[in-house]
Design a protein around this ligand. Sequence first.
Ligand code: INI
Length: 160
Amino acid sequence: MIIHQVPVTGTDRKVGIVVSRFNELVTRELLAGARSSLIEHGVSDDDITVAWVPGAWEIPAVLRRMARGGRFDALIGLGAVIRGDTAHFDFVAGGAADGSMAVAMEFDIPVVFGVLTTENLEQALERAGMHPNSIPTDNKGWESALTALEMANLFDRLGE
Ligand code: INI
């Protein structure tokens, strides 16, 4: 049996992050969590590229741009779609998810879906690690960074 289980290390990794401004109170915490996590796992701050977009709907198009350039080992989309805010929750959340997956498939690159889809703001704050009792790893941005590094290492291990 051959088992591939790779470490979550980020030395020399280049990571692109697309983060949406909608619900920025939440998304800036996701971004802070992702950045801290990447750095803690060995990624240089200079190797992290961040692009802000208006809303989660816009994330996939910018992920695609980043993927097309071929400069990144992994990409992360960060956003917060809150059902209470919108009648078109399903369209925005579904479009962001489907579009992000399409980029991963088209360009054969790890794309992490770090877009919160919650019923209300409270749930979103909790998943961004903003609850008074939260610890850094409760932040989904932090978790997204770990996923990105593990997937980049796994892609390398598996080769073409
Ligand atoms: N975008 C979000 O990121 N989160 C939301 O909760 C949201 N709501 O509630 O509508 C939202 N809408 C904007 C959308 O992402 C686009 O920016 C907009 O439709 C323009 O294309």
